[in-house]
Design a protein around this ligand. Structure first.
Ligand code: BGC
Length: 470
């Protein structure tokens, strides 16, 4: 029994390495970008388009991953992503050609996009029911671990070697671990069942479940789900003809857009620049603390989301985020008017940023994903999640592309006025989202997904989709 438990943990941990790589690739620009800009002579707008190209790759990766995961299977998709991560993190450090670097980072982005869709899918299909929630949360956790680890490794590499190339080499280690581990991981039993390989599915279940009853129960569930799916004519795309599906699709898209235009990735990518602009002596240390707070406070979300509910946490988070962003905008505005910052104001920029990160990590960060996984009817969950995941990446790419040119002039000197407008925009977006939350977002805590679906089909208002019927 203990051996089996260990095996299941091993499989889930290896798959969750996809989350770690997602986080590393997101966080790597912070601390490396200035060195890259200096080394290759890039302007801020070239620098931020280099940072953002990963996100555009992720959009494409996310859009195609549903098809790839269905065709070659979840495990093989993750093996493929791990191969791409391993190869292209190495090629990145072997060239100084900007176009080649651009292409390699785009391909890394494709892998991130594929991993961001396939890892939660694989985990939800391989984990025993009772452990499923915890394992999917582990994926979210690993993203924040990745961001934190890369902030630290970038710091030490910059200090000791002073070169950006070894920073990218750091991606190779977890990528190779994931690749080797995934080769030993089993295929998803649900995918095997989908491909009519019932015997193989059964064999995997025997390896990963604790009793024969559990195996029989899940096989039975899979048969029923398969039967139901066969009765649905036209497949997932038929959902696009249904107006009720569009209502939740637009809601999911709006939730993801507002998660991103709250400015999270401007901070994850550029906090070192933000702190440098504020005149901090050790901006990189402050950035590492940002990563640490992001990682540690995500645990709180995992602990409280099913106790306090989604909406109270989101109200709390977005109010605090808005206040912190307005504080930053106010301080940048003082600088724009030529005022030199006192030590207190400098410290306030760091405190406001950390408070913002804390509020995001407990609310908007995990809950945008949780809600999008809960509002779609079964038949449209695939396409709904594909579209909302891609929306998250598209908006992230736009925000990351625009942030740096707004915060810095072409010669790299700080543009305080631009920074003021940017943070004001993020703050106002948070306020607007509070109204959207009140008017349209349902409370789904403790509501079975089938009841959310029934409410949707019976024409209930969006903010009433979580009303209990039974
Ligand atoms: C967001 C990412 C962000 C990360 C930070 C995720 O929920 O979708 O864009 O970088 O949180 O922890």
């Amino acid at each position: 029994m203990a051996k089996k438990r260990l095996y299941i943990y091993f499989v889930c941990l290896i798959a969750a390495f996809g989350g770690l790589l997602f986080g590393i690739d997101q966080g790597i620009m912070n601390g490396s970008l200035t060195l890259i800009e200096q080394d290759l002579g890039l302007t801020p707008s070239q620098g931020s388009s280099f940072a953002a190209i990963l996100l555009w790759g992720s959009v494409i990766g996310a859009l195609f991953s549903g098809y790839i995961a269905r065709t070659i299977g979840r495990k093989n998709t993750l093996v493929l992503a791990a191969i791409a991560f391993s190869i292209f993190s190495i090629t990145t450090i072997l060239t100084s050609n900007f176009t080649a670097l651009y292409i390699f980072r785009f391909i890394l982005g494709l892998s991130v996009g594929v991993a961001s869709f396939s890892v939660p899918l694989y985990l939800s299909e391989i984990a025993p029911t009772k452990m499923r929630g915890a394992f999917i949360s582990m994926y979210q956790m690993m993203i924040t671990v990745g961001i934190f680890v890369v902030f630290i490794s970038n710091y030490f590499i910059a200090k000791i070697v002073g070169d950006w190339r070894p920073m990218f080499l750091a991606i190779t280690i977890p990528a190779v671990v994931m690749l080797i581990g995934m080769l030993f991981a089993p295929k998803s039993p649900r995918w095997l069942f989908l491909k009519n390989r019932r015997k193989d599915a059964e064999a995997v279940l025997y390896k990963t479940r604790f009793s024969k009853e559990e195996v029989d129960f899940e096989l039975n569930e899979m048969s029923e789900a398969m039967h139901m799916n066969q009765q649905i004519a036209g497949g997932a795309f038929a959902m696009l003809k249904e107006s009720y599906f569009w209502r939740v699709l637009v809601l999911g898209i709006v939730i993801q857009i507002f998660q991103q235009i709250s400015g999270i990735n401007s901070i994850i990518y550029y906090s070192t620049q933000i702190f440098t602009n504020a005149g901090l002596d050790s901006p990189v240390i402050a950035t590492i603390i940002v990563g640490g707070v992001n990682m540690c406070t995500t645990v709180l979300a995992v602990l409280f989301v099913d106790k306090l509910g989604r909406k109270p946490i989101l109200y709390f988070g977005y109010v605090i985020m808005a206040i912190s962003l307005f504080v930053c905008a106010w301080i940048f505005n003082l600088e724009a008017n030529g005022q030199a910052l006192t030590d207190v104001l400098r410290a306030l920029v760091v405190i406001a940023t950390l408070v913002y990160i804390f509020a995001f990590a407990v609310s908007a960060g995990p809950l945008a994903w949780v809600l999008c996984a809960e509002i779609f009817p079964l038949k449209g969950r695939d396409i709904g999640l594909t579209v909302t995941t891609a929306t998250n990446w598209i908006t992230a790419a736009i925000v990351v592309s625009f942030s740096l040119p707004l915060m810095q002039f072409a010669d790299g000197s700080p543009n305080y006025q631009g920074g003021t407008y940017l943070f004001l925009f993020f703050g106002i977006s948070c306020v607007i989202f509070l109204f959207i939350l009140k008017l349209f977002v349902p409370e789904t805590k403790g509501v079975p997904l089938e009841e959310v679906e029934e409410n949707l089909l019976s024409g209930k208002k969006l903010n009433k989709l979580g009303t209990r019927r039974h």
